[in-house]
Design a protein around this ligand. Sequence first.
Ligand SMILES: C[S@@+](CC[C@H](N)C(=O)[O-])C[C@H]1O[C@@H](n2cnc3c(N)ncnc32)[C@H](O)[C@@H]1O
Length: 256
Amino acid sequence: MLAQQASWDDIGDALVTERAFLTRFTAEQDVQTNEVQRAWGLLPGFLSIADGRPFDLLELGPSAGLNLVWDRYSYRYSTGQWGDGPLELAGADRLPPPPELLRRTVEVARRRGIDLSPVDATTEHGARLLQAFVWADQTERLERLRSAIEILRTDPPALLRGDYVESLPALLADRREGTQLVVFQTASTMYVDRSGIDKLRSALEEASRREPIVYLGTGRAPEDDGYSLDVERFPGGELTRLAVFDFHGEWLDWGR
Ligand SMILES: C[S@@+](CC[C@H](N)C(=O)[O-])C[C@H]1O[C@@H](n2cnc3c(N)ncnc32)[C@H](O)[C@@H]1O
């Protein structure tokens, strides 16, 4: 946020001279990260639910929407690669996804996200805000973030401001003919209380009476060492655990 005004090389000085700004900023601005590397954990999940129709994506709590453009990145696993985007995501696939999964292709017809406080990464302010939440010495993470921002800017997704618990029924009512509606989230529903989760599930159940809906999301892993990656199919809400991946997407245990 203090680009061209302060330097990490002289942080002691900056803490004094920029004291007023830093006091206000840290008091008023909640931490709001958008971790692109989580897309590396998500991708095999998307591929495993693809039914041949283009995806109509709806992300709950996308922050800046960097994981809403997951199909524009490329991915490396020990069993194969996927995509040809300019940003390559890779990690430690301790239990890798099956190679045949990585041969699937998907098309995205629409991307929508709803967040209490969406970050507009197409603006300089938004881009700086996202970078401000990454530790300054995590250079690889910062590079990945900057690269993803450039990719998002080529054709930004639609980000709505609002509470998805309240807005989900209306968003689900807006369907696109001939597409597969996929509702997904990472690291967001953990902020929602039990009654909110029940409301989300009811909205999915209700809307799926018209046409089935697939939900893909992170949950609590049994050993609490990362996120579980779960698929729930509505109507019915039958849950299948696909994987467990690191909270920041550094490792993946497919099929655990
Ligand atoms: C930890 S961030 C994760 C962002 C992104 N999904 C990721 O994995 O990088 C959680 C996001 O969920 C959003 N959020 C939490 N509860 C929400 C709600 N009820 N409605 C809309 N957005 C919500 C927050 O504003 C924040 O952007």
